[in-house]
Design a protein around this ligand. Structure first.
Ligand SMILES: [Zn+2]
Length: 417
């Protein structure tokens, strides 16, 4: 038994064609599919229709995640594949949907080859992965695994004052039953999420598909630089206590230290007081997002940066306080699963990522893995996000081979293509 060649993934085109218009925002050229909004509901209906077309049983779990089952009654724990269909504001077409579309196309490909699973296979559409509307990323998988308190989730509120509970209820989903679901998790043996790469590592190694090793630890810090407001026209330079200078130095130092550590550091948000063109600022608040290959590096980077900023603050007559607002530890994907997939996929390159995913949340409970599809520019969370169709087809093939390897027992497919 062998898979048809990569060019022959006919259902991929039709899947894309039917999904692309949903939630598309003409003026921005991006997508506005936010948890439980009209566009998201249209995507969920699309998921149900695609599953029905294929004779897959759709079940929505207590937390609003959708599951399309192939061979639900087969013995053993299920292999889950899939991703999410919601987007960031004006997001691209691929982040999330590529994994769901590829999952349906992979099932089609396997059936075309006459392959049958020996244990259940489930395609998942995780609810509210981006957290664009209610502020908590991966809400569906966090609720499922017990990493988000149901009471806290129900009270999350969007910009127009609508709670998550009300939004779920309006969509016909009972918010009273959300929360950790060990019964469902107990039925799933592994989860493999295919996702567009959010970076350019695959471009550098010249491969269409890679396997994830880990999600970098990441955190957010608030830097507050204090000084003295004064007149921009009458205060002599040597008399100033200007926190903007300390801030500017810190931005450059963060960049320099991130490069030295092989890490990332970004100041992307800043508040200035009093924020007047002709006033020396009294205060600059700035938020740092930093990510590194391991926690020790992240800690070292922050310590060095804070020390450098403090030294500079002394020279500027400014004050400095640094508060850690969030810290997410490293997620290591299951090593055995990762190695098995890399081997199955012709020694696919293994690479880390700086972005969070549902697979990272589930990794704490079940073995998970991720497949990345090459992104020629590395741009993501933007209308410019793109993947070549040939690479998408290669992704479908890789996923089909992964499914046949993991859910096939002895019935594995050859890789002649
Ligand atoms: Zn995503």
């Amino acid at each position: 038994m062998e898979l048809p060649s990569p060019e022959q993934t006919p259902s991929l085109d039709e899947l894309w064609r039917s999904l692309l218009p949903l939630g598309f925002h003409r003026a921005s050229g991006g997508y506005r599919r936010f948890a439980w909004n009209k566009a998201d509901l249209a995507c969920r209906a699309w998921f149900t229709a695609q599953a029905a077309d294929r004779g897959l049983t759709v079940r929505t779990d207590r937390n609003g995640n959708q599951w399309a089952w192939w061979g639900e009654r087969l013995p053993g724990k299920a292999l889950a594949i899939g991703s999410h269909l919601d987007s960031v504001p004006d997001g691209g077409a691929y982040d999330g949907p590529l994994g769901v579309v590829s999952s349906f196309a992979a099932v089609d490909l396997l059936r075309e080859a006459g392959w049958k699973p020996e244990r259940p296979v489930a395609i998942a559409n995780f609810a509210d992965e981006e957290g664009a509307r209610f502020g908590v990323a991966c809400a569906g998988s966090r609720l499922l695994t017990g990493q988000l308190e149901p009471d806290r989730a129900r009270a999350l509120t969007d910009d127009s004052g609508v709670t998550l509970a009300a939004a779920m209820e309006a969509a016909g989903q009972d918010p009273d039953v959300i929360g950790r679901d060990d019964e469902l998790l107990g039925r799933i043996g592994q989860y493999v999420e295919l996702h567009i790469e959010q970076g350019r590592a695959l471009v550098d190694v010249g491969r269409a598909v890679g396997v994830a090793t880990s999600i970098w630890p990441h955190g957010r810090w608030r830097f507050e630089f204090g000084g003295e407001a004064n007149h921009a026209g009458t205060t002599r330079l040597e008399d100033r206590r200007d926190p903007m200078l300390t801030y500017a130095y810190t931005v450059l130092a963060a960049r320099k230290k991130a490069a030295a550590h092989g890490a990332l550091a970004t100041f992307g948000r800043i508040l200035v007081e009093p924020n007047g063109t002709n006033a020396i600022p009294s205060k600059v608040s700035a938020w740092l997002d930093s990510r590194a290959p391991d926690e020790a590096t992240l800690t070292a980077l922050l310590a060095e940066l804070e020390e450098a900023a403090r030294e500079r603050a002394g020279r500027d007559g400014a004050s400095l306080s640094v508060v850690n607002e969030s810290l997410t530890p490293i997620v290591e994907f299951d090593h055995a699963l990762r190695d098995r997939l890399a081997k199955t996929l012709d020694e696919a390159p293994v690479l880390p990522t700086g972005a969070g995913h549902d697979a990272g949340i589930l990794a704490g409970r079940i073995p998970t893995a991720m497949l990345f599809v090459r992104n020629p520019t590395g741009v993501s969370h933007s209308p410019a996000e793109h993947a070549e169709i040939a690479d998408c087809r290669a992704g479908v093939h890789a996923l089909a081979r992964a499914v046949s390897e993991l859910a096939g027992g002895s019935a594995r497919l050859g890789a002649a293509w």
